[in-house]
Unconditional design. Structure first.
Length: 175
């Protein structure tokens, strides 16, 4: 099904051609959520270069491309998931922690290094309310910066979709 989409109109960047281009760093489009995370990092003045970055999540939509974008920004990247052995030992090393595991309140304060930047990509429902993958109330006390859910990464995802749509229009019309 993905192959039916023209890679130059693939504003989600899911086509295998676009995934390959992201891997080599020569891309037309970036997946919207990981691109939004990178834009948040940049606009917040957070330096990725040389930092230990941990991504919890290995999906093709967020986890894997997020790891690649952090790697392109010269971060030292570890990809984990809900079944990683001794997960908290790995996450506590992170200067930048991206939670994209898809489990409500999965990341707790005991999993986060003091002063870490914590980016919550999760969108979960718990007791009828939207919440992220990070237990915000706990983690916000020790993180130097943290994104809320809702209102953090979600709006950036939409902004990046609009950016990709404009780029596709420019490519299609040779502008």
């Amino acid at each position: 099904m993905l192959l039916a989409i023209d890679p130059l109109k693939d504003v989600d960047a899911f086509h295998p051609v676009n995934v390959g281009k992201i891997m080599i760093g020569n891309f037309d489009f970036l997946p919207c959520t990981p691109a939004g995370v990178m834009e948040l990092i940049k606009l917040s003045g957070i330096e990725v270069n040389g930092k230990e970055c941990v991504v919890i999540g290995r999906s093709n939509i967020v986890g894997k491309p997020q790891a690649m974008l952090l790697l392109h920004a010269n971060g030292t990247v570890t990809v984990c998931h809900s079944r990683t052995k001794n997960l908290s030992e790995v996450t506590k090393r992170a200067d930048i922690l991206v939670a994209a595991v898809g489990k409500a309140n999965f990341v707790t304060a005991d999993m986060v290094k003091e002063g870490a930047v914590v980016i919550d990509v999760g969108m979960n429902r718990l007791d009828g309310k939207l919440c992220g993958d990070v237990k915000f109330d706990e983690v916000s006390r020790i993180a130097s910066a943290i994104t809320p859910v809702p209102g953090g990464v979600g709006p950036m995802t939409i902004a990046m979709l609009m950016k990709n749509t404009l780029r596709a229009c420019k490519i299609h019309n040779n502008l």
